[in-house]
Write a new protein. Sequence first.
Length: 502
Amino acid sequence: MSNTYLLGYDIGTSSVKATLVDACTGTTVASAHYPEEEAPILSLHPGWAEQEPDVWWNELVEATRLLSKKVSLQNVKAVGIAYQMHGLVCTDKQGHPLRPAIIWCDDRAVRYGQAALEAIGRERCLQHLLNAPGNFTAAKLAWVKAEEPEIFEHIDKIMLPGDYIAMRLSGGARQTTVSGLSEGIFWDFKEKRLSKDVMDYFGFSKELIPEVVPTFSVQTHVCKEVATLLGLPEGTPVSYRAGDQPNNALSLGVLEPGEVAATAGTSGVVYGVLGAVNYDPLSRVNTFAHVNHQMNNDPSICRLGVLLCINGTGILNAWTKRNMAPAGLSYHELNDLAASVPIGAEGLSVIPFGNGAERLLENTTPGASIRGINFNIHTQAHLIRAAQEGIAFSFAYGMRVMEEMGMELKTIRAGLGNMFLSPIFRETLASVTGATIELYDTDGAAGAARGAGIGAGIWNTLEAFQTLKRQQVVKPDAVNIPAYQEAYDRWVHRLETEMHDD
């Protein structure tokens, strides 16, 4: 199987990344992404966020062109797709988008999800959907139906971003997955089928939903025209698709109950796997079908992903560097400066929710704040350390919800990037949670390539991760746990006082 490759695409909000993985060794051969600068988000009104699906496709074409300059793609044996979750693509009978996609960070549909929750009933929603309908894809479609009826009546099929890309690769196959339906809050976990409650309440025809295919399977094939355009062999199987967070977990080998993955880019996510149906009664975290839920359509295999989202992560660190650090300081130098002050930043706390708090704080909005500042002792270094500790504390605060659901958070796996490059962040997180952090050199596009190898039958699940190597291990700092705990307890008290006052 030498000189054969697996191609993974990661359809992100800011760019599309393409990665080739060697099907024999499991190592990454080459990667490319497009555009260099972040892709724009259309926001015609406050709270709106849209992107053109054809822009994603054009970015994919350009990323593939850049990749093909490094390695010939004629030996690609399978294609996998990871994509930004929760988007809504409305297409006509020819598969053409009828309007820009309403993407994950758009909040226009909140009231439609809330109305559905009240009408269907909170307990029934949680028992069957494992989530409140919220601002997810189903609610976004309800907004289109109510606000743009002339567009809604011409919709033939709705798709998630990855479904749309798979359609373009194949020349027309419109499909989705159980994992995808669950992230849109269309899936009834109790009945193991499309949710009649959701479809009936919103007045959606089941004909709007594409064919459902297994996450790991030969779902469709690259058509002749696209193969010529991209430099791929005609008929290459498209054999995997998943949302970015389930796919990130896959890329780290997080597939079984008790395993946990984390990311800490602009926003942060902790994603853990459950082996039984469960939910948070306060909806502070979300529960979706993981990539290996009902593996090979076996209804007895239950693998659910519990997703905790923290909005104020890398965005706070970048804001601190831009506005509070000496000009020209690199992130490495920023970390060194923060490390020059003691654990707990001598009583300074930063509440990091200046980019919202998702569902973790039960719809309260404390925002971001600096608490306990002392003009006689606190410096830029204290503020930078307190910001990084505040990010780690917000992760720990959310992870206690996952523990309440019965998850043991003993080990956290993450890619060696973004906030996990900061010793303060990772050591604080490990010491406050008691979890060992394992860091790996992988990403979403490489994970999608590995998923394609599994779906095409080139690898079994174990083989796909044999070559995944830990780059670093961070254990709790036993000596300094009391200092970390004191700082965390102070942070929690200040956060909850602020939430109560709000």
